[in-house]
Write a protein of this length. Structure first.
Length: 547
DNA sequence: TTCACTACTG
DNA sequence: TTCACACCATCCG
DNA sequence: GATGGTGTGTCTCAGTAGTGAAAC
């Protein structure tokens, strides 16, 4: 049964709220015709407004009247009149064969094209047959003579995407955020950000975001790299956030060039890209096209000032290989201290992961084991530093549906809040951190946070963790994560075992047959060994052969 | 007839 | 729009 | 065995209706 909201036009209210919000805060970033839409929208009948919003919220831009039946709207033909007058919706649109296929059911398609098509073939094969036969688009009514139905095309989808982007500051949050929040499915922290807060300050930035997004969609849809590249600016954006997005897209396009064998283009793109990881790819491409000297030069440049621990780690593998290629002497790497190794032979569990099997095997009544991966440490960090993470710094929050600050993944995330974080983490030195975490757990329970996984994390585990994990360890964990949130929030071991009687714990990374430590896991292991954090790697073999 | 998958809903 | 694992190819001692 | 790379499944709110294809 569906939950009931008292207002059947709830979605229209939400849409109006976005229009008002954007009009108030982003009015100067709108063109005249866009502002005119905001004004005129309120002047059409309510049923027409509602029908438009229903279309905006649904997938695609083409709809049949028979599929637009809503009790609160009534007759869609009648409601569409005002929308067509304003040009927001087009009636009887031209449709090519592919669009027609999206609109009609299979038996209807067979009626439309009474040719050699038979009911036996699948719909996708029918499309192939019809594509060859009908190349010209036709209006819906011409395709479907004798159908008692009409078709509409939404023409303001792009404008609504723009408004949504200006409201949320990203393209992946959609109109359903409102109703999900109203129903209590997603609950968000209330952040006291200033009324002047907004996602964008320049229209050109909105344009650039939308443009990059379209380019990415084309690239992911299979458009040729060269074609997409022609539309991506070749010079950096002044806005650092957008430049980051440009760099990320260029990195994935250049990697596709690597796969296609276009190494010169890949190298050119990587070399000009400041996005993290691009320099490493440039080194690898140079290595691959037989330029070990150039690869070595770039690798040494990188080693002098590595952009991240990840890059330094890659270089430790790349540099010896390059030295060998160049015939230079290799200094053997000193083998670092290794984590404790556990070898287990277990019966292959059915319907259970290898991590769960090890969890059950190692669990004791006085030392339970939890399968937490990144959730435990990140959640403790998110709870202790809740108020810092949700502090209303300029530009960090600008709508009611944030699970974290907008600059969470930026390099200066920690630096911008250094004082606040220092003060917050200092509580780990006094013992008041436990009550602080408990209080956040109770007060904030269920509120969306990028750091806190409420589902994988209950109060029993919280108490055990607070008893068993020393404050100094928590401090070291948190510092490392905050130093580079996107790179360091992952790679933590699968399991944690807690001995409340002895106030100790250990982390256990499980490796089944064929699995091996990943780079980010190795970096966490190195960290743990440096900080005397008990850590083990558990290698599992199956005691019987696979059936 | 059943089942898998998608779009839609609040 | 994430993260971790499963699996494959290649190279090397 | 070490390394690099690619593909896959898991997430997504839970429940419902519609569609199309496979099972029977
Ligand atoms: Mn894992
Ligand atoms: Mn593991």
């Amino acid at each position: 049964m569906r939950q009931a909201l008292e207002n059947p036009f709830y979605y229209l209210d939400n849409f109006r709220q976005v229009l008002a919000w954007v009009g108030e805060r982003h009015g100067d970033l709108l063109h005249d015709h866009e502002r005119a839409f905001l004004d005129r929208f309120h002047q059409v009948p309510q049923a027409s407004q509602a029908l438009l919003v229903r279309m905006v919220m649904r997938k695609g831009t083409l709809f049949r009247a028979s599929k637009l039946r809503y009790t609160e709207i009534g007759c869609p033909m009648q409601a569409s009149v005002a929308l067509i007058e304003h040009g927001w919706v087009e009636t009887n649109p031209m449709l090519d064969v592919a669009q027609l296929f999206g609109l009609l059911k299979k038996d209807e398609l067979l009626r439309v094209c009474g040719n050699a098509a038979t009911n036996n073939q699948r719909k996708i094969d029918l499309l192939q047959a019809m594509l060859a036969e009908h190349s010209q688009p036709k209006p819906f009514a011409s395709w479907c003579e004798g159908f008692d139905d009409a078709a509409f095309a939404l023409t303001i989808g792009d404008l609504c995407d723009r408004l949504r982007l200006m409201f949320f500051g990203n393209i992946h949050q959609d109109w359903s955020e409102f109703v999900l929040a109203d129903l209590g499915i997603f609950r968000y922290e209330r952040v006291a950000f200033s009324p002047a807060s907004r996602a964008f300050h320049e229209r050109a930035d909105v344009d650039a975001y939308l443009h990059l997004h379209r380019c990415r969609e084309r690239f992911e849809a299979g458009d040729a790299a060269e074609a997409v590249l022609q539309d991506i600016p070749s010079t950096p954006y002044a806005n650092e956030w957008l430049e980051n997005r440009r760099g990320k897209l260029l990195l994935s396009i250049a990697r596709q060039c690597e796969r296609n064998g276009d190494l010169p283009l890949a190298l050119r793109l990587h070399a000009a890209n400041r996005y993290p990881g691009a320099r490493e790819r440039a080194i690898r491409v140079l290595e691959r096209c037989g330029q070990p000297e150039a690869a070595m030069r770039l690798a040494l440049t990188a080693q002098a000032v590595p952009e991240s621990e990840h890059e330094a780690q890659q270089l430790q593998r790349i540099l010896p290989r390059l030295l060998r290629t160049l015939g230079e002497p290799i200094t053997r790497r000193v083998s670092l201290t290794q984590p404790e190794r556990i070898d287990l032979t277990l019966p292959r569990p059915e319907g259970m992961s290898v991590e769960q099997a090890v969890r059950e095997h190692l669990s004791r009544s006085d030392a339970p084991v939890y399968y937490v991966e990144n959730a435990l440490i990140n959640s403790l960090l998110g709870l202790l530093c809740w108020d810092v993470i949700f502090a209303p710094l300029p530009g960090a929050f600008f709508h009611p549906f944030h699970a974290g600050p907008a600059d969470l993944a930026r390099p200066d995330f920690h630096a911008r809040r250094a004082g606040l974080f220092d003060e917050c983490l200092s509580r780990l030195g006094t013992g008041e951190y436990r009550d602080c975490i408990r209080r956040a757990f109770r007060d904030k329970f269920g509120l969306q946070s990028h750091f806190v996984s409420w589902g994988l994390f209950d109060e029993a585990l919280l108490e055990l963790a607070l008893v068993c994990i020393p404050a100094e360890h928590l401090h070291a964990f948190f510092q490392r994560i905050l130093q580079d949130v996107p790179n360091h929030r992952s790679g933590l071991p699968d399991l944690v075992q807690l001995w409340p009687g002895e106030q100790r714990y250990r982390l256990i990374e499980v490796k089944g047959p064929g699995d091996r430590l990943q780079d980010n896991q190795k970096r966490w292991i190195d960290f743990a060994l440096r900080h005397q954090v008990p850590i083990a790697v558990c290698y599992v073999q199956w005691s019987e052969a696979a059936p």
